[in-house]
Design a protein around this ligand. Structure first.
Ligand SMILES: Nc1nc2c(ncn2[C@@H]2O[C@H](COP(=O)(O)OP(=O)(O)OP(=O)(O)O)[C@@H](O)[C@H]2O)c(=O)[nH]1
Ligand SMILES: [Mg+2]
Length: 386
């Protein structure tokens, strides 16, 4: 995955600018012996601002930009002249980016809309010049304020894809095949588990001009919420989907059991996921005849609408789209942003492709042993005198 362009996790060090110092100055001019204090104020330090940009899909542009520093405010000058403000740094992020404190793992904020701006770190205020402190009782203030210090923080940006429908299923369930058959996306498809290693998005056209976004997410296995398989890395992308489409192949031993395992993993990861609209698709139904389908209907999980589909023959796909469309537009499922973001577990190794690990128990260091046999010439050459 090292060469992958899908970057959904970056850690960056941000620093706002510090405020410029206020000036302590007295007016001096010919024939003006006591001009009075005229030191100006320092400028404000630059802010670090996050801005949502719907044209971005990953955090790739931040992968090699690990330090983002705003500039400092300039100090004030004589004649009440103000210092120049520092320049703000704007970090453009895709919609659906959550921000965490890298030291504590605490959730800080999230950017969900295009153009939305969030001031992540505030620049220090400039100090007041001595001109501000003159008064009837203190006509020569010989002091001015220093500027406020800069704020430095390491933050983790995590992208949680915004999609209408998220595909949830064990590896090999036929998720990518479905996405490729009803949208123009071209995910990799093969008959081995974990073919999909990173999420794919596809736009599914529905009855002419309408469309919805479908996200194909790497397969989930039992224990994914504790980090098994590709587990934790991708479960968070499900958090933001309006509707979850569970996919279980028709040749599964026990559909009900598989459904419960998947649901349980999602709930373990984030209990809010249980409130999302759910649809169940039994895939690969071209392998079944009508009689078998009827028999299967008796053993389906309760409380979830089920559709029998085959991405290869196209069976049931129109019905599936209808059901999905209805569920997406259901008032209850409309707001995918209701999710509560749980704090990051910073003791967990969050990413593989990034080379840093936030905190990892250091393995016990093995003592180095030299079991290499040195050739005789080596000894002769280096230790001739001994
Ligand atoms: N007969 C039949 N085979 C299918 C159907 N859909 C998918 N398959 C096959 O099932 C295998 C797995 O399909 P994928 O779409 O790669 O499965 P996936 O769920 O994306 O798997 P991962 O990415 O590994 O999680 C492939 O060999 C597909 O050809 C279907 O409707 N009918
Ligand atoms: Mg796949």
């Amino acid at each position: 995955m090292a060469g992958s362009n899908f970057i959904d996790y970056v850690k960056i060090l941000c620093r706002s600018g510090k405020g410029g110092a206020g000036s302590c100055h007295f007016h001096r001019a010919k024939y003006v012996p006591k001009g009075g204090p005229d030191g100006g104020n320092g400028g404000r330090g630059g802010h670090i601002i996050l801005r949502g940009n719907r044209n971005l899909w990953t955090l790739l542009h931040l992968k090699y930009q690990r330090h983002i520093f705003a500039t400092d405010g300039q100090p004030g000058g004589e004649c009440r002249s103000f210092g120049k403000d520092g320049e703000d740094r704007i970090i453009e992020v895709p919609c659906g980016t959550a921000v965490y404190d890298a030291d504590t793992g605490k959730f800080l904020c999230e950017v969900t809309d295009d153009g939305q701006e969030i001031k992540l770190l505030r620049g220090g205020r400039g100090g007041l010049g001595n001109w501000n402190f003159k008064s009837a009782t203190n006509q020569t203030p010989r002091y001015a304020q220093p500027g406020e210090p800069a704020i430095e923080k390491s933050v983790i940006l995590e992208l949680k894809l915004l999609a209408d429908v998220g595909l949830v299923g064990f590896p090999n369930a036929g998720k990518s095949t479905l996405l490729s058959s009803i949208s123009a996306a071209k995910p990799k498809i093969a008959d081995y588990p974990f073919t999909t290693l990173e999420p794919n998005l596809g736009i599914v056209g529905y009855r002419g001009a309408q469309s919805f976004v479908m996200a194909d997410i790497p397969g989930i296995i039992e224990g994914a919420s504790e980090g098994r398989g590709l587990g934790l890395r991708f479960l968070r992308h499900i958090e933001r989907n309006a509707v979850l489409l569970f996919m279980i192949p028709a040749d599964a031993d026990d559909i009900k059991k598989e459904y419960d395992i998947l649901l349980n993993e999602l709930q373990q990861f984030n209990p809010d996921l249980a409130d999302k609209g759910r649809v169940l698709a039994i895939t690969k139904c071209d392998m079944l005849d009508d009689e078998l389908i009827e028999e299967m209907r008796q053993h389906l999980p309760e409380g979830v609408q089920t559709v029998f589909i085959s991405s290869v023959t196209g069976q049931g796909l129109a019905e599936l789209k209808d059901v999905l469309w209805r569920t997406i537009n259901d008032e209850d499922n409309r707001i995918p942003c209701r999710i509560t973001h749980r704090d990051l577990d910073i003791t967990h190794r969050v990413t593989e492709e990034d080379d840093f690990i936030i905190e990892q128990e250091s393995p016990e260091e093995e003592e180095e042993t030299w079991d290499v046999e040195w050739p005789d010439e080596y000894w002769e050459e280096n230790y001739k005198d001994d």
